[in-house]
Design a protein around this ligand. Structure first.
Ligand code: HSE
Length: 311
């Protein structure tokens, strides 16, 4: 008898959310990836081997976020969950505002989609809905799923997204500090309400930011101003605040990446990005690692490879 166990490999990009004024709305996929292989097995339950970021830190049983995302997807479609062996090769730093939890969730959902291929169809709206249910907001999981620059919004019918292609001059730099920041803590620092003029301020900058990112990168500095979240979070990450001030004083479009504490600098061209990298290297205080990344245009990808076991 020959038993066939399905096996899939998923590659998911890091993401940066908010991009300054686009709180819980805008996201950008970046060329830094987590890779996950999931193989069905006869025994129930799940094992997780983590290589790279998170090894020895994240749970390796059914409580693992990737396993929970796979189980959530199978349950959503009424499918029995098979036994699973997972191997996660992670490069996205954890707790730094680079979408690592969103990437874990998207990895699990896309792996489940691959394992259920031919059994159930899961379209892109359903993928975004499943991922947003687990993540709580759509701005990281949308670019992790679909790549590029995404605008995400929620409706009574669930989260929606629009993917846009970024101007080819736009050159992102991510500055990563040693310390981490809890997204939960960062979210708790937001005020319950904001002045109307601050809301108008962010509406104008968010609209301008779309134009800057797809057409007019020279507008990035003005377009990345924000009054909805960054100043409220600054006291929880003073080093981030201080480096952002220094970069912006030099005319560079620096913002908190997601909930922080990393910094995203949206440079208008590769030459400006080298200037940003020099400023980060010169900055006094805690050391920062500069990542010069490309925009990822593909989003999550899945490769299926059936494993034949003879007995
Ligand atoms: N929009 C989210 C926030 C991204 O800033 O809290 C982090 O998950």
């Amino acid at each position: 008898m020959t038993l066939s166990h399905r096996s899939v490999t998923v590659k998911v990009p890091a993401t940066t959310a908010n991009l300054g004024p686009g709180f819980d709305t805008l996201g950008l996929a970046l060329s830094l990836y987590d890779e996950l292989t999931v193989t069905e097995r006869d025994e129930p339950g799940a094992t997780v081997e983590v290589i790279g970021v998170g090894a020895g830190e994240v749970p390796t049983d059914e409580t693992n976020l990737v396993v929970r995302a796979i189980a959530h997807t199978f349950a959503a479609y009424g499918q029995p969950l098979p036994g699973l062996n997972l191997v996660a090769r992670n490069s996205i730093p954890h707790g730094r505002g680079l979408g690592s939890s969103g990437a874990a969730i998207v990895s699990g959902i896309m792996a489940a989609k691959g394992l259920l291929d031919g059994i159930v169809e899961i379209d892109s709206n359903a993928l975004l809905a499943l991922a947003t249910e687990l993540e709580g907001h759509p701005d990281n999981v949308a670019p992790a799923l679909f790549g590029g620059l995404t605008i995400a919004w929620t409706t009574d019918a669930g989260p929606q997204h629009k993917k846009l292609i970024v101007h080819r001059g736009v050159s992102p730099l991510i500055a990563v500090p040693e310390g981490t920041m809890s997204t939960e803590l960062a979210r708790s620092l937001r005020p319950l309400s904001v002045p109307h003029e601050d809301a108008i301020f962010n509406v104008s900058r968010s609209a301008l930011l779309i134009a800057a990112l797809i057409q007019s990168p020279e507008l990035l500095l003005a377009a990345t101003e924000d009054r909805l979240h960054q100043s409220y979070r600054a006291s929880a990450m003073p080093e981030t605040d201080s480096l952002i001030t220094e970069l912006r004083d030099e005319g560079l479009a620096a913002v908190i990446s997601g909930a922080g504490p990393s910094i995203l600098v949206l440079c208008s061209d590769p030459a400006q990005r080298l200037i940003a990298a020099e400023t980060v290297a010169r900055h006094r205080g805690t050391p920062w690692q500069s990542l010069l990344l490309a925009v990822d245009f593909k989003g999550a990808t899945v490769i299926s490879h059936p494993v034949e076991i003879s007995s």
